[in-house]
Design a protein around this ligand. Sequence first.
Ligand SMILES: NC(=O)c1ccc[n+]([C@@H]2O[C@H](COP(=O)([O-])OP(=O)(O)OC[C@H]3O[C@@H](n4cnc5c(N)ncnc54)[C@H](O)[C@@H]3O)[C@@H](O)[C@H]2O)c1
Length: 344
Amino acid sequence: MNILRLGLIGCGRISKNHFESIARIDEASIVSCCDIDLTKAKESSIKYKIPSFYSNYVDMFDKENLDAIIICTPSGLHPEIGIEAAKKKLHVITEKPIGIRLTEIDELIKTCDHNRVHLFVVKQNRLNATMQLLKRAIDKNRFGKIYMVQSNVFWQRPQSYYDLAKWRGTWEFDGGAFTNQASHYVDALYWLIGEVDSVMAQTATMERKIETEDSGCAILKFRNGVIGTINVSMLTYPKNFEGSITILGERGTVKIGGIAVNQIEKWEFSDYDDDDKFILESNYQPPNVYGLGHLPYYKNVVESLLGNKEGLIDGRSGRKSLEIIQAIYLSAKTGRKIPLPLTY
Ligand SMILES: NC(=O)c1ccc[n+]([C@@H]2O[C@H](COP(=O)([O-])OP(=O)(O)OC[C@H]3O[C@@H](n4cnc5c(N)ncnc54)[C@H](O)[C@@H]3O)[C@@H](O)[C@H]2O)c1
């Protein structure tokens, strides 16, 4: 069997989900890992039985015979690492967000296109059983006309979380609560409801000693007329409380809640559908707010790289949430309603 050879860059907190997911997929293997902190790369190599490790990803690209790379570094570095890999004809799988600045993100997409390599962005929440059910209900038109959508991301990130690494809470490498913690939720609103027409927002750094926002609210007007709101705070006392999406439609009301869209709290439609039987079994308890989606996400990526399936979340789709988030920041800064698409 042809096994895909992957190299992982950035052996920090989220890398565990990648090492453990790929270990459960027969058609792919992480053959090398890299971290600027060589001790971390070495520790991962021992723990997950990865044959080689590096402190410099360019060395890894040159010396290893790779098919694709996985980027798990601070977000602001995703585009430059992806561009370097694409130039070497390596497929790129990057953690969310795809990047921080749209110019760099566009350069990454262009370079991947030019070199005919795939670009995947990890948006594992789309694959939650709960979210798949909701998406199916929309696709089957069970709501009729959708009027409103609301998302709340009420989590707790203490100062000690931001102090874990210098990149956290900076504009250059992280972005704020919208870019880091809420980006899955902004992505979900785009994926479920569609293109956004304009954005109005307020953001604030109320408590944490960081450059970026710890809290904010945005109103989204979608092109199909739906009005959406998204409320985000990392100051929720005393711990993560809610990660939810509520949809109000002509013939249906649904709230997917729990701490990370893992629990269907309201599911009511005028007409019965066989999917209604799966509501209870789709609820699950995630080990943390990252959820359990990395494995199904990778199954799709690997199938796509082997040419058997269409990739679910490519660079262009991954870019959408970042564009909406950039519009949120621009609105908060200028006090204006910001129309999309953005021209920079
Ligand atoms: N999909 C999700 O739900 C999810 C969850 C958590 C984090 N993330 C994303 O994953 C990324 C990493 O987050 P984290 O919490 O693991 O951060 P982290 O700080 O724990 O890990 C980042 C690692 O990258 C290394 N690194 C930095 N610069 C590097 C370089 N030039 N070359 C090689 N290694 C480098 C650091 O030394 C560190 O070990 C972020 O983009 C974050 O948004 C996604």
